[in-house]
Design a binder for this molecule. Structure first.
Ligand code: HEM
Length: 228
């Protein structure tokens, strides 16, 4: 028969597995979104053709949206539950929980996660619904007004230094969150052993930097006047 502390350890392993699996789905989306966004540097024709292709593939876009929504909700619910468990453990919970040592990175995860959530809400209102920070402007594509001129929308959006600063700060916190999340995933998968720990930690930090530099390059290039 299993003891209460065994049950608690097992349920926390289950929650960590949910965090890892949904985190991997979100990492996959972020890499896909980053690759698409980098077409910004190939010019309006290429970026707009890509955005139009995406919007014409309703099945693809809706499968991705539903997978994302389910993953984000499961990630948040498991994350809140683990955070509460860890707090209870630090306040003198079951002995098995007290053996855990929380690092600075893991302690900041709930806060960086909240910033990421706030950023995503703003970002959807900004570019998907085009209802904030664009001064009521619309961006119909000259060749087909049913679609958005995404390139022009991004240039207009990031021409506001306050909006760009908000994106860059949020992206820095998102990258911290991702970097620690990737490292925790390696731990959950049992890969972060003595032999691999160093290399996997470098990989997690490098991933955070790639996401930060890749996404930030867009607002920075607009603010610097390199892309108009
Ligand atoms: C500078 C950085 C970014 C730029 C320029 C950017 C650009 C865009 C654009 C233009 C859209 C609307 C696409 C369309 O409807 O055609 C969009 C949608 C979206 N972006 Fe971003 N994005 C950035 C960063 C991020 C980050 C870091 C995340 C996630 C953490 C993210 C998550 C999303 C989501 C969830 C959507 C909605 C997709 C949909 O269902 O239509 N974006 N982004």
């Amino acid at each position: 028969m299993s003891t209460p502390s065994c049950n608690s350890a097992l349920s926390s392993i289950g929650k960590k597995a949910v965090m890892a699996l949904t985190g991997l789905v979100l990492v996959g989306f972020i890499l896909g979104h980053l690759s698409g966004n980098l077409l910004f540097f190939k010019g309006p024709e290429v970026l707009n053709a890509y955005a139009q292709w995406l919007h014409e593939n309703a099945a693809l876009i809706w499968t991705a949206r539903i997978t994302l929504i389910v993953s984000v909700i499961a990630h948040i619910v498991a994350g809140i539950s683990l955070t509460l468990e860890n707090r209870a453990a630090r306040a003198g919970g079951p002995a098995v929980e007290q053996t855990r040592r929380a690092s600075w990175g893991s302690l900041t995860m709930p806060y960086t996660g909240l910033v990421v959530l706030g950023f995503i809400v703003f970002h959807l209102l900004h570019y998907t619904f085009q209802s904030v920070a664009l001064g009521g402007q619309t961006f119909p594509l000259a060749s087909n007004p049913a679609f958005t001129d995404v390139h022009a929308m991004l240039v207009a959006g990031f021409s506001h230094s306050g909006v760009s600063a908000f994106y860059i700060i949020s992206l820095a916190l998102l990258s911290l969150h991702l970097s620690h999340g990737v490292s925790s995933t390696f731990q959950t998968l049992g890969l972060r052993n003595e032999r691999w720990r160093g290399r996997l930690d470098v990989l997690a930090v490098a991933f955070g930097w790639i996401v930060f530099l890749g996404f930030s390059a867009i607002p920075v290039s607009v603010l610097a006047g390199c892309i108009k």
